[in-house]
Design a protein around this ligand. Structure first.
Ligand SMILES: [Mn+2]
Length: 333
């Protein structure tokens, strides 16, 4: 395991970079890293840069941790530390800072990596994990983490593992270690059980009402469109029973495609949403996409009408079935 803190000790102005719409996994990782870097190197100046807004679930965590997030990149930045972020394309201001100033950057992530971003990183700590927080804990476990840092990591793991559904063996073990050291599970769960935003509830219900259902051999696919909360809508559809769900938001340009699948679908078909759907679509529709095998998204220069048949083509190819055997189910009767 490369020594992240030793690498960073050569720098004074360190900017930790969150992805847009930063979730509790990203915020939790950034916070634990910030406090550890600051205690290992008291002369350092660490900023957490969060472009745009943060997600709803992150607000309570940020308030609890009392952190100031910066929405600008500090001029003095000497090195970037990208957490929970797989590509520089997700953070264009960081990308241009790196291009203009040759600023080195570190990648710390658990998503399917963007090859170019990975190649140019000074240090890349990228592995499969329930969460970025689990990787951060592994890097920092020998150090004295503050009670708040332990809580932040626990919140991130509970959130990103979808309450221990993802990689349960290691996510539960790591959570138990954090709790043994003093992280507070009741607090973590309370921070995550924010009342759901009324517009998010509405998006989920609209998404369900507009669904188009297809059957591909024994699998059930759902397609829908909404103007916001695509990830939450896609997950709601798989929770309702779709093996695979795609949500299009074409109120933005480029449009945003979000996909979610059930674990058993991935285990049985090997269809990796990031690699087999989002990446080929990104190439075809000059966009940018990525994510995980069962949760991925892409921004694409395409129309919703053009996209759906192409997704079905890719699925048929990967599932090795005839394209014509994928049939739409009539939901009106
Ligand atoms: Mn994450």
């Amino acid at each position: 395991m490369p020594d992240l803190l030793r690498y960073l000790s050569a720098f004074r102005y360190i900017t930790i970079v969150c992805h847009p719409n930063a979730d509790p996994d990203c915020i939790g990782s950034a916070y634990a890293l910030m406090t550890s870097i600051a205690s290992a190197n008291p002369k350092s100046n660490v900023t957490i840069y969060a472009p745009d807004s943060i997600n709803t679930a992150s607000h309570r965590l940020v308030n609890y941790l009392r952190i100031e997030l910066s929405h600008e990149i500090p001029q003095e930045t000497e090195v970037f530390l990208l957490v929970d972020t797989s590509s520089l394309d997700q953070v264009p201001h960081v990308k241009s800072h790196v291009a203009n100033n040759r600023t080195p950057y570190v990648l710390l992530d658990h998503h399917f990596p963007d090859p170019q971003t990975m190649k140019s990183a000074s240090l890349a700590i990228v592995r499969e994990s329930s969460s970025a927080c689990e990787i951060v804990y592994d890097l920092l476990k020998k150090r004295n983490l503050t009670p708040e840092a332990l809580d932040a990591l626990l919140v991130g793991i509970i959130y990103d593992s979808r309450r221990f559904l993802i990689r349960p063996n290691s996510s539960i073990t790591t959570a138990a270690r954090l709790i043994k050291k003093g992280a507070k599970p009741e607090l973590a769960i309370e921070l995550l059980s924010a009342d759901q935003d009324p517009s998010e509830k509405m998006a989920k219900l609209k998404g369900a009402a507009r669904i188009r259902i297809f059957r591909a051999s024994s699998w059930i696919l759902g397609f829908t469109h909404v103007g916001a909360f695509e990830a939450s809508v896609a997950r709601a559809l798989t929770d309702l029973g779709a093996d695979l769900a795609f949500v299009i938001n074409d109120s933005v340009d480029p449009l945003r495609l979000t996909g979610r699948s059930q674990d058993h679908f991935y285990n049985q078909t090997g269809l990796n949403l990031a690699r087999d759907i989002m990446q080929p679509l990104s190439e075809e529709f000059s966009g940018q996409g990525g994510g995980h095998p069962t949760a991925a998204s892409a921004n694409l220069k395409a129309s919703a009408a053009a996209l759906m048949p192409r997704i079905l083509d890719l699925l048929a190819g990967k599932l090795q079935i005839q394209r014509g055997s994928i049939v739409e189910i009539d939901t009106k009767k």
